[in-house]
Design a protein. Structure first.
Lengths: 355, 249, 180
């Protein structure tokens, strides 16, 4: 294994993107993800790549659209308010079946909100964000190592399924430093015969397009796209289970909330409470199977979130409401403490599943 | 013997444009230039949202359909990724001068090495004739039924004049295609705009005053005359910036 | 080793984040598990800055330190804010040049170092942070030449290589400090 280096999560994303073969980055400054742009501004010119600070998020995502049309690995990054602006482009990328990597280092909202960590863009990310029927592959890292690994994975999945992959991180993940091993395995981009690279007068012209005015055609495109999404759901769902074998209480948490929850679970286990964690790594596709499985034996589930309760809806759907699911949350840039989560665990243990 | 023929850079797909609309002429001029410069095989065109949204069906080169107003940003991405390709955007006035104003101004300010064909017909055509950023004072449209009132809606935007104030762009010219003579002049400008890109000179924009008989409520003939009578006095034809020519003098 | 949770706090510009980074790099060099998390905000200089560092043998859970084993308070507002958060039996290291009051808690250890005064007297007025870190390492029994040299080499960029020696001097000064 390679020597580990100490990096901020944001920097790990940037370096991993370069390792994955991304040579084109477009961004616009916004806290708390600006380190990604700064890193790219430094590195890209030295490796023959493009770093461009766009005039807006709208422009940045459209530049991504242009590069992706040409078949290259390309990315942009932002934080919550900027992602709302990029949502236009996210919808167009989906409509044109273009691969791209988009990073959202979330901050508290709505509106301008704050700059402290949040997970309140869960709905926006997992339901698509922009208009129309579409999904993105949403990856939720919980360590700096995963920030790097999921960035590579994100590019690969985007290419494989011609979709946008989104890294849904938060201010904590972006700002924290941890040791990270950068000996990342990368699958090179596949051939992209659809890319607009010039016909060289030797083939029919390629068209990258999301306009489709005949409803029957547009419908069949949507059906075909969702067939592809089904394959993604079958093959690419990722999650981590922690102490779930005998767990009577299941915590659902991703990203920083999962890290906090592990502390609480360790403390609760010392008190003899049988509690475990299911940590979705892909938020879309959501890992339904482990929740459905756990719902057969667990007495209660707790969704720990930095939001007013968004993932809890997927937890309820996945567990088919067989067990009560409660919310343990902070919002607006606040982070639940291990003590708060421990209290929720104790309450669930005491109620024995009775709400 | 000279046989009138379709340029290779145009597909066989019939245009969907209304009778008397000058989009068809301008498409043809662009295609002729691609042919004459021998660049069709390495050209990537960006279509806008507006009447020319389906330009991707008409040009034989690779084409990308952009979000409304974002064509210069898409073109920027394409050109940065493929500097050896020739990249042009083809945009109407709503696309370029309203919703895409920021993208236009900043691509020009960066002197992005692309070619922009800007169709100014002073109206939103595809959506049925609403007021455009370039609609003239007093012009009656669906959303200015009493005539464009500057007290309410301000004044029409003069793109060439405005961009000429920037250090960035290489070449800005306003032309029209309402006569054979003017169309020839327009083609020369379009050709220059592509030649500039080939020579790596940077951002070149050709604004083409265009007609919209359908939404202006005129016959095609009257529409061409309206360009002379109403549009040119407010939007004078001519070169607004030509850095290389200036440097040569 | 048992996991130790550090909280560094002071004014922006006192090198709070740097001090934490140094400890993090030292842990990296020594093959430990660790996390480093800064407070971040619009005040780049002059506001309050804090950073959480966790070092141990096992993977770190939450990187947020709300109940530090070791609090490093470099100004009075930091002590006021975090004194009550320290775990019983924990240790507060404070810069006694800038903090006039005594620690009220009786269930914690207190190590007072006039770090700013020492830094000024020794001609490196910006390194009070490293004097305190030196003292922390000495108190924890973790002041090793290899660890310190290795960490300094990583945390100080090649561009500022001239700062290596003076940082080490500050660390040693802190480590050797025996009280007023």
């Amino acid at each position: 294994m390679a020597d580990k280096v100490l990096m901020k999560g944001n920097e790990a994303i940037a370096e991993a993107a370069i390792i994955a073969g991304c040579r084109h980055y477009f961004g616009y400054p916004i806290t708390p993800q600006t380190e990604i742009a700064a890193y790219m501004a430094k590195r890209m010119p030295k490796i023959g790549g493009t770093f461009l600070q766009a005039e807006s998020e709208l422009a940045a995502i459209s530049m991504v659209y242009g590069v992706s049309s040409c078949g290259y690995r390309v990315m942009t990054s932002s934080s919550s308010p900027g992602i709302s602006l990029k949502s236009e482009g996210l919808s167009y990328l989906a409509g044109a079946d273009l691969p791209a990597l988009v990073v959202n280092v979330q901050r508290g909202g709505p509106g301008l909100g704050g700059i402290q960590p949040s997970q309140s863009d869960y709905f926006q990310a997992t339901r698509g964000g922009g208009h129309g029927d579409y999904h993105m592959i949403v990856l939720a890292p919980a360590s700096v190592q995963e920030m790097a690994e999921l960035t590579v994975k994100g590019f690969e999945l985007a290419d494989k399924y011609r979709m946008t992959s989104m890294i849904l991180a938060d201010g904590t993940m972006g700002q924290m430093m941890e040791p990270v091993a950068l000996d990342l395995k990368v699958n090179p981009a596949p051939e992209k015969p659809w890319a607009t690279t010039g016909t060289k007068l030797s083939r029919k012209h390629n068209i990258v397009n999301s306009l489709s005015l005949v409803p029957e055609e547009l419908e069949s495109q949507n059906f075909a796209r969702f067939e592809r999404y089904k394959t993604v759901e079958e093959n690419e769902t990722m999650y981590e289970e922690y102490m779930t074998e005998d767990a009577e209480i299941i915590i659902a948490a991703f990203g920083i909330a999962a890290r906090v929850s592990k502390n609480a679970i360790n403390a609760a286990r010392r008190e003899g409470i049988k509690v475990g964690l299911i940590r979705p790594i892909t938020l879309w596709p959501f890992p339904k199977a482990p929740f459905a499985r756990a719902a057969k034996t667990a007495k209660a589930m707790i969704s720990v979130e930095l939001s007013m309760g968004q993932m809890i809806e997927d937890v309820k759907l996945a567990s088919e409401c067989r067990v009560p699911v409660t919310l343990c949350n902070r919002a607006g840039g606040m982070i639940p403490s291990p003590e708060q989560v421990l209290e929720a665990i104790r309450a669930a243990a005491k109620n024995g599943g009775n709400k | 013997m000279v046989v009138f023929d379709k340029p290779h850079a145009l597909t066989d797909t019939p245009f969907h444009y209304c009778p008397g609309c000058t989009h068809g002429i301008i498409h043809r001029l662009v295609a002729e230039v691609l042919d004459e410069l021998g660049i069709e095989g390495k050209t990537i065109g960006i279509a806008p949202v507006g009447c020319s949204v389906m330009a991707y069906n008409y040009f034989n080169c690779d084409m990308i359909e952009a979000a409304h107003g974002r064509a210069p940003a898409v073109a920027t991405g394409v050109k940065r990724a493929n500097p050896d390709n020739i990249v042009f955007s083809y945009q109407g006035d709503g696309d370029l001068a309203s919703i895409g104003m920021a993208e236009t101004v900043h691509a020009a300010a960066r002197n992005e090495n692309i070619t922009v064909i800007f169709i100014n017909n002073a109206i939103y055509g595809m959506t049925g004739g609403q007021m455009a950023p370039t609609s003239l004072v007093g012009q009656v449209t669906q959303t200015s039924p009493y005539g464009r009132d500057p007290k309410m809606c301000g004044y029409p935007v003069k793109i060439c004049e405005m961009l000429s104030q920037l250090e960035g762009p290489e070449y800005l010219e306003r032309v029209t295609v309402n006569s054979v003579k003017n169309a020839r002049r327009a083609k020369a400008a379009i050709k220059k705009a592509f030649e500039n890109q080939i020579a790596g000179k940077g951002f070149s924009l050709v604004e083409v005053l265009s007609s919209c008989p359908t939404n202006w409520g005129m016959t095609p003939d009257a529409a061409l005359k309206w360009i002379d009578d109403k549009m040119i006095p407010y939007y004078p034809l001519g070169v607004y910036k030509d850095r290389s020519a200036k440097e040569e003098n | 080793m048992k996991e130790i949770q550090f909280l560094f706090s002071g004014f922006g510009g006192q090198g709070i984040l740097f001090a934490g980074k140094f400890l993090a790099y030292k842990a990296l060099v020594e093959g430990k598990q660790l996390s480093w998390l800064p407070s971040y905000g619009p005040e780049m200089r002059g506001g309050t800055a804090s950073c959480s560092v966790i070092i141990g043998d096992d993977p770190v859970g939450s990187p947020i330190v709300s109940h530090p084993d070791v609090l490093v308070a470099m100004n009075l507002p930091s002590l006021d804010r975090f004194e009550s958060a320290v775990v019983p039996g924990g240790t507060i290291f404070l810069d006694s040049t800038l903090i006039g009051r005594k620690v009220n808690r009786t269930d914690v250890n207190v190590v007072a170092v006039p770090a700013t005064k020492l830094a000024n007297e020794n001609g490196f007025p910006t390194l009070a942070n490293m004097i305190l870190v030196g003292k922390i390492l000495a108190e924890l029994g973790q002041f090793t030449e290899t660890g310190v040299d290795g960490a300094l080499a990583k945390v100080i960029s090649a561009k500022h290589a001239d700062m290596l020696e003076v940082n080490k001097k500050a660390l040693k000064l802190g480590a050797d400090y025996k009280g007023e």
